[in-house]
Design a protein around this ligand. Structure first.
Ligand SMILES: NC(=O)N[C@@H](CC(=O)O)C(=O)O
Ligand SMILES: [Zn+2]
Ligand SMILES: [Zn+2]
Length: 424
């Protein structure tokens, strides 16, 4: 396949040839082969596919919320070409057998994937580290969906085991002893944000980084939602990610979102959201990852203390970022780094994250001016709603995973092309 006159994230206009699974050439005036498909990419951006280091595709255990088939379609249509799945499934991915069972299901994925291993009192590190893990994590320092919160001494053991195995650890950092119990008397949607305090995140991030560093482990802090949490990770020399919802939504949106806006960590004040955005724009934050955490509408339509935590996001992340780039709030190079180049570097995927000769042909073609509102009805997640309804976004026209078309607007989806990125 030959993309002609494609604009790359850095503004260069090039022809890009895909041969087999890789980018074979990037250059001026490449000649099309006899049977080669030629895509006129004039005025189109050609980006490396997003590597979403944090999704919950819910299988095994909760296929009514999402499956590898539906989740990976949603990914492909959103320009995500690699996902890393979290362990709070049923059974939880805390031993080799659970890893193998999930890997079998993940064979249905359209996009490349990694499978994380989790930590509970019942985990079996020997069999788990024997498998091709993406990372150890997300390790829950407080309960979230799945109730996998662990005690401090188990966390210390886990980072030691990870260091010995050479695995990176991703951490859900909140300290439940710093939650504000007085918020429990309220029943409005904002009560969740009042309850799971910003301080609980900052303190947990600092401690998680310190304990890991003492063990010689490297941690990546999942879904940091506060400037304090981001700064604590950066000061400790560790990496962190921000979700699209913490970047673009705040407590001001909760009146409209209601319990659909409940997630962990919760939405923060508009002031903190702006400070998070600054740190994403200036490069303090390493990665945008979605924490795609689908629950059905029926499940979310409950009281604030009963509704499950989590929002979907894998299909809207890159499109929402591209809209902010279109408006000039982020550069396209920053978007590329946050979604592709940096996750590839942080999680050691040397063949991914760039549009360059020899790299995997994980590619996304977009019309950078082709902005349109997000509509849940257009999305492919099984959960059938989005916290970003009506927001403008720039959706892909074409998505390739290692040279295979997995999504084309107007044409639909390709076959399951995904492979475990650690098994290659
Ligand atoms: N973020 C959430 O609110 N929920 C996630 C779990 C998690 O990432 O903590 C889920 O799996 O539903
Ligand atoms: Zn989490
Ligand atoms: Zn998560």
């Amino acid at each position: 396949m030959l993309f002609e006159n494609a604009t790359l994230a850095d503004g260069r206009v090039e022809d890009v040839r895909v041969a087999g699974e890789t980018v074979a050439a990037v250059g001026a005036d490449l000649d099309a082969g006899a049977d080669e498909r030629v895509v006129d990419a004039t005025d189109r951006l050609l980006l490396p596919g997003m590597i979403d280091a944090h999704v919950h595709f819910r299988q095994p255990g909760f296929p009514h919320k999402e499956t590898w088939a539906t989740g990976s379609r949603s990914a492909a249509a959103g320009g995500v070409t690699t996902v890393a799945d979290q362990p709070n499934t049923e059974p939880p991915t805390v031993d080799g057998a659970a890893f193998d069972a999930k890997a079998d299901l993940a064979a249905a994925s359209l996009v490349d994937f990694g499978i994380n291993g989790g930590v509970t009192a019942a985990w079996d590190p020997d069999s788990l580290f024997d498998r091709p893990l993406f990372a150890l994590g997300e390790v829950f320092l407080a309960d979230s969906t799945g109730d996998m919160g662990i005690e401090a001494d188990l966390y210390a053991d886990a980072v030691e085991r990870a260091a010995a195995a050479g695995a990176r650890v991703t951490v859900h950092a909140e300290d439940a002893t710093l939650f504000d119990e007085s918020a429990r008397e309220r029943d409005d949607a904002d009560a969740w944000s009042a309850y799971r305090t910003a301080e609980a995140e900052a303190v947990a991030v600092e401690r998680a980084c310190r304990v890991a560093a003492e063990a010689g482990a490297t941690v990546h802090i999942a879904h940091t939602s506060t400037p304090e949490g981001i700064d604590a990770a950066a000061e400790a020399g560790m990496t962190c990610e921000v979700t699209p919802h913490h970047l673009l939504l705040s407590r001001d949106d909760l009146e409209e979102l209601g319990t659909h806006g409940r997630m962990n960590p919760p939405l923060r004040s508009e002031e903190r959201r702006e400070a998070v955005f600054e740190r994403v724009a200036d490069g303090t934050v390493d990665i945008v990852a979605t924490d795609h955490a689908p629950h059905t509408r029926a499940e979310k339509d409950a009281g604030i203390w009963d509704a499950p935590s989590g929002v979907p996001g894998v299909e809207t992340a890159l499109p929402l970022l591209l809209e902010r780039a279109r408006r000039g709030d982020l550069t396209y190079e920053r978007v590329r780094d946050l979604t592709a180049a940096n996750p590839a570097a942080v999680f050691d995927l040397p063949n991914k994250g760039r549009v360059a000769e020899g790299y995997d042909a994980d590619l996304v073609l977009v019309d950078p001016e082709g902005s349109r509102p997000v509509r849940a009805a257009d999305l492919h997640t099984k959960c059938d709603w989005t916290p970003f309804e009506g927001r403008d976004a720039v959706f892909p026209e074409l998505t390739l995973v290692r040279g295979t078309v997995v999504y084309e607007r107007g044409e639909g989806f390709g076959d399951a092309a995904g492979e475990n990125v650690r098994s290659a």
